[in-house]
Ligand binder design. Structure first.
Ligand code: ARG
Length: 460
């Protein structure tokens, strides 16, 4: 078959349906820039070791650069008959420069080529994620600084537990995002290994210099084993895993924002620019952005499971199954970047309902533990203190008041050791101020943690 790059041993044309079915160019053309960079490096290496003449090597390089420009101008005619991005570009190269173009594929296979392309693509993708993550982290820290003293009721079981500061809560978000960045950087080390030179699976009989190609492409290492080089997609799974976990974090943050911005809570208000209205209910202002982020988390998690399923049954080395790895990887990257970017604006424009937060903390008996701790300091064993305060809370609930509204005389009935200084520990401010240790919610500790966070971010 004449028009196929692999047509030599075929006598029948590919079925039209099969041609469409096996073609990946609609999505893998996204790799074009990296495919061209990989091909130029490969050709230069072939020139370096004397497999190609200098003239051939230069012609290939110039031809590929022109093709890249064609693609950028949107003038490149992608063809499904040429199956994928690799053969589209190679065929066009030969069309442009003639004989030398046919020599590009010497000592190479699409199997090591596609693995190389995807790794180069992901290396840049990870760098973009790291940058977007950092931007969000800066925003989170800025808001945390502004809200270092703002009282927020902390929850366990979604029941009001103890007061914290809103700044402290945001620093918890910061830690989640910091681990995401660490995972991305760790993943990048294993992405940045070069498969090229493995050829189809066994290596090549040409005297290639893989270290030379790796150096040109900025790879930190060369894959050790040719079979592993073409069949491994761990790096893709790891990347999508890091994306899924990052999205899980954004999803949990979203859940909090949705809850906090609901009218019964009123802890925060999302800026109008980040909400939409209802087509029927005129009063509505819906938190679509965090809801969509929460929804898109399911999609990225699905990609992770999908990739695992693609890999689990594959014997070594390359199998066409791997063509299915691209869309989940691309979509995970797109989704994570879009969510991170929209989130930075969402958080920076958040309006904080400080009074509502404080009121909720005050009314929620959130300082009951502080009263128990107070009794312990007066010599009461903690278990007894717990029981005493429990009775005081029940009394407060029954009389429709919060703990700090009980009079000293009332409190003394429950705990004889209670004195006038108790009032200070019953306020949310007193409660957070008392949690004054490394990692605690006292505003002084929040400020210290903020300073550490900023310097970690600067050195990360
Ligand atoms: N389009 C293929 C992929 O995405 C490229 C490699 C094809 N190799 C092969 N021997 N069919 O994996």
């Amino acid at each position: 078959i004449k028009e196929k790059l692999w047509g030599g041993r075929f006598t029948e044309a590919t079925d039209a349906l099969v041609e469409r079915f096996t073609s990946s160019v609609d999505f893998d053309r996204r790799l074009a820039h990296y495919d061209i960079a990989g091909s130029i490096a490969h050709a230069r290496m072939l020139g370096h070791v004397g497999v190609l003449t200098e003239g051939e090597c230069n012609a290939i390089r110039r031809g590929l650069e022109q093709i890249e420009a064609e693609i950028e101008r949107g003038e490149f005619a992608w063809s499904a008959e040429l199956e994928d991005v690799h053969m589209n570009i190679e065929a066009r190269l030969t069309q442009r420069i003639g004989e030398a173009g046919k020599k590009l594929h010497t000592g190479r296979s699409r199997n090591d080529q596609v693995a190389t392309d995807l790794r180069l693509y992901l290396r840049d993708g990870i760098d973009a994620v790291l940058e977007a993550l950092r931007e969000l982290q800066v925003v989170v820290l800025d808001v945390a600084e502004r809200e270092a003293e703002t009282i927020l009721p902390g929850f366990t079981h979604l029941q009001i537990a103890q007061p914290v500061t809103f700044g402290h809560h945001l620093l918890a978000w910061f830690e989640m995002l910091t681990r995401d960045a660490e995972r991305m950087r760790d993943c990048r080390r294993r992405v940045n290994v070069m498969p090229l030179g493995a050829a189809a699976l066994a290596g090549t009989s040409f005297p290639i210099d893989r270290a030379y190609t790796a150096e040109l492409l900025g790879f930190e290492a060369v894959a050790e084993n040719s079979l592993d080089a073409v069949s491994d997609r761990d790096f893709a799974i790891e990347f999508v895993h890091a994306c899924a976990l990052l999205m899980t974090h954004l999803s949990r943050m979203s859940e909090e924002l949705i809850l906090w911005s609901s009218s019964p809570f009123g802890f925060v208000e999302l800026a109008d620019a980040y909400c939409t209205g209802s087509s029927i209910m005129p009063q509505k202002k819906n938190p679509d952005v965090p809801e969509l982020v929460r929804g898109k988390t399911g999609r990225v998690l699905g990609h992770l499971v999908g990739l695992f399923a693609i890999m689990k049954g594959q014997p070594l080395a390359y199998n066409k199954d791997n063509q299915e790895d691209k869309e989940p990887v691309f979509d995970s990257l797109d989704t994570v970047l879009a969510c991170l970017r929209v989130y930075a604006g969402l958080v920076s424009t958040l309006r904080v309902g400080r009074e509502r937060m404080r009121e909720a903390a005050r009314l929620g008996y959130a300082t009951a533990t502080d009263l128990a701790d107070y009794l312990v300091r007066k010599g009461v064993p903690f278990r007894d203190a717990h029981e005493i305060v429990g009775r005081a809370v029940r009394h407060a609930i029954e009389s429709g008041r919060d703990l700090s509204a009980l009079t000293l005389a009332e409190l003394k009935e429950f705990g004889p050791g209670i004195e006038a200084d108790v009032q200070a520990v019953l306020t949310p401010e007193g409660s957070v101020r008392a949690r004054d240790h490394y990692g605690g919610t006292a505003p002084t500790q929040v400020r210290a943690a903020l300073a550490r966070a900023r310097s970690r971010l600067a050195s990360g």
